[in-house]
Design a protein around this ligand. Structure first.
Ligand SMILES: *Cc1c(COP(=O)(O)O)cnc(C)c1O
Length: 405
């Protein structure tokens, strides 16, 4: 702690670590100070196998060399300029996204919520200003998660995220996932877009059924609603494809990215099809920090690494291995209800709340998280080795197999 921090703490009578922060997180009693590959260290020198990855952010592991070198080089050259000027890194990063997806144009921002906010704005503006049809409604799903700005928490299906923030923006409708009748009733001539995650991640690791998605896409096309896919958690190779929508053979009109996009450098992006380009002319949307030279240096190095090293395929293989190991070593236990997921986004549904298991795993040197009260969520980096997977499964088997039999 610096002298200035010590002096300020004493003056304010602050004692506990983090007293000067708003208590928006229930933090574990661990202070992480160093990371390398699949491993992190706390300030006591304890080492942990990291199957949280900053919640699907450090997809290339901690401090990946190529991204670090790109950042260091950029730090020596130029940190920030306004989007009123051309930013070569931003243009190249956008081209990498369009070259590796069905999208034609990209907008950079700083987080997943901002990317989804931009997607909602673009969909409404396209319908209202380009097509002139007055459509504004956004259809989303129960248990979804789209962020914590006012519009994106409104788009979010989980009630707990909205409590106490009324009045919420208008024009959002929610339906249960996989309910065709509800979908049919919800998509009307007021619908600007349907927005969904292809694996509901925060909501409990629920992959969307392909047959349902194909019906949904058909309905959107027939009725003039745009399709927005939230790839904030599922993108950047996490599920075994660069973007989860590739598994389904579906091309969204708009999709969003953030978590793994900069390997830990904060950055988000929204990508859209050609026809939407004209809806966002100069002055329609913007962000001071969106796509700075530094942020987009991280994006470029991240995407180049993922594509050149074929990491989505690696994630698919390692994910299959992790799931098969879990199924053979823990899933015979009545405490474990289900092992599911896509690629390296895996959920273990348990018979009881998993909070105590997460803390016991920490004591054994493994970091995992939850997705709702009863689901353990595993998010190792895409370069995780089989030996590391075996270590994690051994710890989880020990903790899960001593419970209900
Ligand atoms: C994390 C997440 C968000 C929000 O991203 P932030 O960067 O925290 O704003 C949105 N959608 C999904 C699917 C997410 O997992």
């Amino acid at each position: 702690m610096s002298e200035a921090v010590k002096k300020a703490s004493a003056q304010n009578g602050l004692t506990a670590a983090g007293d000067a922060l708003l208590p928006t997180y229930a933090r574990y009693p661990i202070s992480l100070v160093k990371g390398e590959g699949s491993w992190v260290w706390d300030d006591q020198g304890n080492k942990y196998l990291d199957f949280v990855s900053g919640i699907a952010v450090t997809n290339l592991g901690h401090a990946p060399k190529r991204v670090k070198e790109a950042l260091v080089k950029q730090l020596d050259e130029l940190w920030h300029v306004s989007n009123l000027f051309h930013i070569p890194n931003q243009e190249e990063a956008a081209r990498l996204i369009t070259a590796n997806s069905g999208a034609d144009a990209v907008f950079f921002c700083n987080s997943g919520a901002e990317a989804n906010e931009a997607a909602i704005k673009l969909a409404r503006r396209y319908q209202q200003s380009v097509l002139g049809n007055g459509r504004y409604e956004i259809v989303t799903f129960a248990q979804s998660f789209h962020g914590r700005t006012l519009a994106t928490l409104t788009a979010t299906g989980q009630q707990k995220v909205k409590d106490g923030f009324a009045p919420l923006p208008e024009g959002f409708t929610y339906i249960p996932l996989h309910d065709l009748a509800a979908l049919d009733a919800a998509v009307t001539d007021k619908t600007a877009a349907v927005m969904l995650e292809l694996v509901q991640a925060e909501g409990g690791v629920f992959p969307v059924d392909p047959a349902y998605l194909h019906r949904l896409v058909k309905l959107c096309r027939e009725r003039g609603a745009l399709l927005i896919i939230d790839e904030v958690q599922t993108g950047m190779g996490r599920t075994g494809k660069l973007f989860a929508h590739e598994h389904y053979g579906v091309e969204p009109d708009i999709f969003t990215m953030a978590k793994g996009l900069g390997s830990g450098f904060p950055v988000g992006a929204m990508a859209a099809k050609e026809q939407l380009r004209s809806a966002f002319g100069p002055g329609s949307h913007g962000s001071t920090f969106g796509g700075t030279p530094i942020a987009t240096a991280a994006v470029k190095a991240t995407i180049e690494t993922i594509v050149e090293e074929n990491l989505p395929e690696r994630a698919a293989n390692q994910g299959e291995y992790l799931k098969s190991q879990l199924r053979s070593k823990v899933a015979h236990n009545d405490f474990v209800k289900d092992v599911r997921g896509l690629g390296l986004l895996i959920g273990i549904e348990c018979a009881e709340p998993v909070a105590p298991i997460i803390e016991e795993a920490q004591q054994k040197g493994l970091l995992v998280l939850s997705a709702g009260p009863n689901v353990l969520r595993l998010l190792p980096n895409l370069l995780v080795s089989k030996e590391e997977i075996d270590q994690a499964v051994t710890i989880l088997a020990e903790l899960l197999n001593k419970r209900l039999k």
